[in-house]
Every structure is written in C-alpha cells, then in structure tokens.
Unconditional design. Structure first.
Ligand code: ARG
Length: 460
C-alpha cells in the first residue's frame, strides 16, 4: 500500500502504482536521511525559538526526529520503498510517532528548499572523505617521488623519447594535478555551503524565520540571497561533478601511462599481483585491468556531468521536478571516483619501479641530443649550427647502431672540430637530469624540494 500522499486533500484518487515508482525518488534519496533529519531538527528548533510553534512541539519534534535517526541507524526502522521521497517518509514517520506536533514541522518550509538543503549537506559529507583520498594519493606520490628522485627516465613528447627527466619528477606532475583537484573541490564546497531554507517553495514565506540561525546550527557559512535562486540552484551539483570529472581526467591519464609502462614495450614498472589480473587463455599474461577500468570509468563520470548540464539547461525558474535527476548523477560521480581511488592508491603504492629499464630506454633514445647541442653552444657555436651538427651525429649513430655515448670522438670531430673528450661528460644522462634544476625542473634536488613543499601543503 502506498503511504498517504501529502496532497491527498486535493486529489480523489491514489497515484497509479507504476507511476508512483516512476515519480518516487526514495530509492536514491534515502541516502540523505540523516541530513534530512538534521535539517528538520534545526528548522524545528528555530520555529520554536521564533514563537512560530510552541516550545513543547519543538522539543517533541526534535526528540521524535532523534529517535527516527537512531532507529534508522540501528536498523529498527526500515525505509518504506513506496514512499515518494525521503522527506515525505521522515515527516510521515514523525507524525505517526508524535501526532499533531509532527504535522507542524513543515511550517514555513517546502520540500523544494528542503531537498536543496539536503543535497548541500549530503554532498558536503561526501566531499570530505573524497578530499582525504586525494590527499592520501598525493602522500603516496610524494613517498615514491622521494624514493625515485634520482631515477633517470626518458621524458616524452608525442610519445617519442624527448629529454631526460627523473621518475620522481614525473610522479610529482600528477601530485600537482591532484592538488588542483583538491582546490576545485574545496572551492565548490565553499560556494555550496549556504542554506536555502527559508526560500520556501519559491517565494519564501510570511513567517518570521531566522534563516541565519538555522544555517549556523548546520555549520553552514551563510544563507542564499534570493528565494528563486535558492530553490532552483543546482550549480553545486554541476561544479562538483566538473571537479570530479577533472579528477577522472587525471586518473585516466595516469592509468594510461601505467598501462603503457606495464607493457613489454616499456617495462618501466610491474604492478603487484594483488592489483593485476591474468588471462583465461594466455598463461603468460599479467593485465593492468584496474588501470584500464579507472580509465574507462572516466567516461561514466563525464556522463554524469553531461546529464546534469543537460537537465538544468532549459529549466525555467524556480523548482521543476526534472531537478530530482540531480541526485543519481552527482552521487554516481562521487561513488565512482571513490571506488577508483580506493583501488588506484594501493596499486600505485605497491608498484615495482624498474629503474634499470627506464635508464636503458633513456640511453637509447638520443634524449641527450639537446645537451650535446648545448655543449657546442658552450664552445661558442650558434645554437642553430649546434643543433644541425648534433642532428648529423644522431643520423650517423642510427646508421651505425650506436648511441651518442658510444660514438667515437673521431666521428664527433669529423662533424665539428669543437668537440673534445668533454662531450661524454656533457651528455652523461645523470648530469643532464641534474643540471635541469631551474625551478620546476626534474633535477633530483628539485624533486626533493618539491616533495617537501607538497607534503607541507597537504599537512596544512
Ligand atoms: N524528490 C524531490 C526532488 O528530489 C523533492 C522535491 C519535491 N518537490 C516538489 N515540488 N515535487 O527534487
């Protein structure tokens, strides 16, 4: 049996059963039960303080709601799947428990400002743990970067070996991205953390509500400034989903690199068995499924963002039922990113870094060619001439199956008389990486300084 509808007085018939299922949001908004109850407790206390309801009713409502919350937590009370939404369910249960006082809770309030408040409070509660996961990931990156501050690897452009960097530097590039992600999350939460309660259905109310007091009790930073905007704003869902989409862009790029690094073509890392999978047919396989799934799930989160943007783009002010679609999308975005990080962090933490292979790849890719040219510049040759001479040397190496390190000095001198023994020191990979110590560069000492700076940031 469907519970009695809030609007039963106006209607002659019950809502069609299948339509009720379609209309109902209880399947997903029951996640906000606690926030709904806390919001109602703050509202009721304010109503009593303002003399809008009696102190006795205010107290009965608060006690009743506290009892409902405790029973939901203990499992003594089950949520009715036929209820229209969590707001209706809680109010109905309250009235069943405390009688008429329960019917006074909704004075000066609408489900439109109520659901908006619940959204904000609930999403705030998800943002904190997600922030903690990002912080944990950055911490893991710092530890690994410190360990591999001096591990020379080829840096790439166009996925072609380009110039020498260090693995620590490469990892700290991701730390920077995740730091920005935290900043975006914090920023979105800051804008979201204001109370719309008091906006009513759309036009506020004639009751003398103390909106600021309710916001304060709920640890919010203030109140919305316009009742129409208060009930129809879902920017915060979109902002959060956009921030989460960028987290997924970063996780997906990182995953892509991990997948490449695991391949026999690179073999820069090996994933721990606990974070890899095998094949049902090919006994030799060790697959980076986790990284691939994270890369794939990025699409899902972008879909959530697209859904939200599309739901909102044509809505006239103020509330429209379309907005009920906000929850599944933004909740899914949070759930997905949380799941991805839960698998991704220990996968990165436990990966084995094959520094020997990185160095071999660095040695084979002529990534010290720029340094060779710079050496000639140091001898007085204009850079363009030095660049050309080095290009000729690289071509000679390729033809002879040699590297710049193994090419004999006569060959160097045949191309340019300015070369002497010192060239081998100039193109030494460790030196090439260590000399790139301009701020933001890959030198081991820079990586250590960067780790220190980032650690301080995430600690503070
Ligand atoms: N379940 C609804 C939602 O999520 C609650 C608000 C209902 N308001 C209304 N006027 N029908 O948006």
């Amino acid at each position: 049996m469907q519970p009695m509808k809030l609007w039963a007085g106006r209607f002659q018939k019950e809502l069609d059963k299948k339509t009720n299922d379609f209309n109902s949001s209880i399947a997903f908004d029951s996640r906000m039960a606690e926030e709904d109850i806390l919001g109602s407790m703050a509202h009721a206390a304010m109503l009593a303080r303002q003399g809008i309801i009696s102190d006795a009713d205010g107290q009965a409502i608060r006690d009743g709601l506290a009892g409902i919350l405790a029973d939901l937590k203990s499992g003594a009370l089950a949520i009715d799947p036929d209820a229209e939404d969590i707001h209706t369910f809680v109010e109905g249960e309250l009235t069943a428990r405390i009688g008429d006082a329960g019917k006074r809770l909704h004075t000066g309030r609408s489900r439109n400002d109520q659901v908006d408040l619940d959204d904000r409070l609930y999403l705030r509660s998800l943002a904190g743990p997600l922030r903690a996961q990002l912080t944990e990931l950055i911490g893991v990156l710092c530890n690994k970067a410190e360990e591999y501050a001096g591990a020379v690897m080829p840096g790439y452009t166009h996925l072609q070996r380009a110039q020498p960097i260090t693995f620590g530097h490469h990892l700290m590039a991701y730390a920077e991205m995740f730091l920005r992600d935290i900043g975006r999350l914090d920023d979105a939460v800051r804008r979201m953390n204001v109370s719309p309660l008091g906006s009513g259905a759309l036009a506020s109310t004639t009751y003398p509500l103390d909106r600021k007091a309710v916001a304060k009790e709920l640890a919010m930073d203030g109140v919305t400034n316009n009742s129409l905007d208060g009930v129809s704003d879902r920017d915060f869902c979109i902002e959060l989903s956009a921030a989460l989409s960028l987290v997924m862009v970063h996780l997906s790029r990182f995953s892509e690199e991990i997948i490449l690094w695991c391949s026999w073509e690179f073999k820069f890392i090996e994933l721990d068995d606990a974070f890899s999978t095998g094949s049902s047919i090919m006994p030799q396989k060790k697959n980076p499924d986790i990284a691939e799934l994270v890369r794939g799930k990025a699409g899902r989160v972008f879909g959530d963002l697209t859904a939200l943007l599309t739901v909102m783009k044509g809505l006239p002010l103020a509330y429209n039922k379309d907005m009920q679609e906000d929850k599944e999308a933004v909740f899914d975005a949070f759930d997905t990113v949380k799941m991805c990080l839960t698998a991704f962090i220990p996968m990165v933490d436990t990966m084995r870094v094959l520094t020997g292979n990185m160095r071999k790849a660095a040695a084979g890719g002529f990534i010290n060619a720029t340094d060779c040219a710079d050496y000639l510049v140091g001898k007085g040759l204009p850079f363009r001439d030095a660049y050309k001479a080095t290009g000729t040397l690289v071509a000679a190496c390729i033809e002879k199956g040699l590297t710049l390190e193994t090419l004999p000095l006569e060959e160097y001198r045949a191309v340019c008389a300015l070369f002497d023994e010192g060239v081998y020191e100039a193109i030494n990979l460790d030196r090439c990486a260590a000399l790139r110590r301009v701020y933001g560069g890959p030198a081991p000492e820079n990586v250590r300084a960067q780790v220190k700076r980032v650690r301080a940031l995430i600690a503070g």
